[in-house]
Design a binder for this molecule. Structure first.
Ligand SMILES: NC(=O)c1ccc[n+]([C@@H]2O[C@H](COP(=O)([O-])OP(=O)(O)OC[C@H]3O[C@@H](n4cnc5c(N)ncnc54)[C@H](OP(=O)(O)O)[C@@H]3O)[C@@H](O)[C@H]2O)c1
Length: 321
């Protein structure tokens, strides 16, 4: 495992995303929540993972509970990141919700407390007042944001009065917008970009194609899994396979190695099995040669999926063929 040092914390370059844990929408079933999730967390700890990401909204608290129970006595050796869903982000509510998350996780301190989405109406001064109070009493270590533009990330930092450590955003070979401004900002100022959906929800594993598409609610609403887009991704998947063969690795591992190639990025892939977790952890130690990184980036630039309004009728047709 490789680490990024953040203040006094060592954050693993590959972490573990736990949206899957509490969520019925991923469709992994009850034995996943009661057994496999626990085993995934235990194995992650053994493999040197310190970054665990959850949110109060995942399974309406179930993900936090499952994660806290699975970490058990090892809670303090993890770098625990959770998120507040900012529906009513006034300071007293922020404080009360942080306490509730800490209780579900069974910890006295949230290492990273993130604002899940920018509130479209309320500016960040309000929520950051609550965050400041939480940091003052030691319940929160670092403050982070998620799905923020660069301007709003900076405004949040001004409102907090000091570092807003990280911005958790979608970043993968299928989604590269953060390269425009978030990555250069993080790299030059000591901030961190936390890459979510770094495997494009499994699309970059190469196991899905027109005749084998995932059926759960999350991915049937994701345009990347439209038959047409899976076909358009053929060239990118072929390039992933080519680089993977050269490293005796899998396309998923190469996709993760690509995502954390830039120095300020850590990635938090989810996992549906212990085997996937083990495979993902290994990706932290894969060094891509410059030529490989460029070839993957070029294949990714050629991948033009149907997205936005054009994807909507296709999603409906694919759901009800
Ligand atoms: N802040 C936000 O708004 C936000 C949004 C989304 C996610 N997140 C966070 O980011 C985490 C990860 O994102 P995500 O779950 O959306 O997408 P992801 O990590 O790109 O994809 C996870 C899925 O990929 C498949 N997979 C994982 N490892 C694999 C491997 N080694 N080989 C083949 N397939 C593999 C699994 O699905 P199958 O085995 O079923 O194919 C798994 O459920 C979440 O758990 C959550 O913590 C945050």
């Amino acid at each position: 495992m490789r680490y990024l040092t953040v203040g006094t914390a060592r954050v693993s370059r590959i972490g573990l995303g736990t949206w899957q844990f509490g969520s019925r929408d991923w469709g992994y079933g009850s034995s996943y929540a009661s057994q496999e999730a626990h085993a995934i967390v235990r194995r992650a700890l053994e493999q040197g993972v310190t970054l665990f990401d959850t949110a109060e909204i995942y399974g309406f608290g179930r993900s936090e509970r499952i994660l806290g129970q699975a970490l058990g006595e090892d809670r303090d050796s993890a770098f625990l990141a959770t998120k507040i869903f900012p529906v009513l982000p006034v300071a007293p509510v922020v404080e009360q919700r942080a306490v509730a998350s800490a209780n579900r996780l069974g910890v006295r301190r949230l290492d990273l407390y993130q604002v899940h989405q920018p509130n479209p109406v309320v500016r960040d001064g309000t929520i950051m007042r609550g965050m400041r109070a939480l940091q003052r009493v030691g319940l929160v270590g670092e403050v982070g944001v998620s799905n923020y533009s660069l301007n709003r990330w900076r405004a949040a930092e001004t409102a907090l009065g000091h570092r807003v450590l990280s911005n958790q955003v979608q970043y993968s070979l299928a989604s590269r917008a953060p390269e425009r401004d978030l990555l250069p900002f993080a790299e030059t100022t000591g901030h961190v970009v936390i890459a979510y959906s770094p495997l494009a929800q499994g699309m970059l594993s190469g196991q899905y194609h027109r005749g084998h598409r995932p059926t759960n609610r999350i991915r049937s609403a994701n345009p990347l899994f439209l038959p047409e887009n899976l076909e358009r991704a053929g060239d990118l998947i072929a390039t992933l396979r080519e680089v993977a063969d050269a490293h005796s690795a899998t396309p998923a591992q190469i996709a993760l190695a690509w995502a954390i190639h830039r120095p300020a990025v850590v990635a938090i892939p989810g996992a549906s099995s212990v085997a996937q977790l083990e495979s993902n952890v290994i990706a932290a130690d894969i060094d891509l040669a410059d030529g490989e990184y460029q070839a993957l980036s070029a294949a990714s630039a050629r991948f033009r999926p149907v997205t936005g309004p054009a994807a909507l009728p296709r999603l409906i047709r694919a759901r009800f063929p």
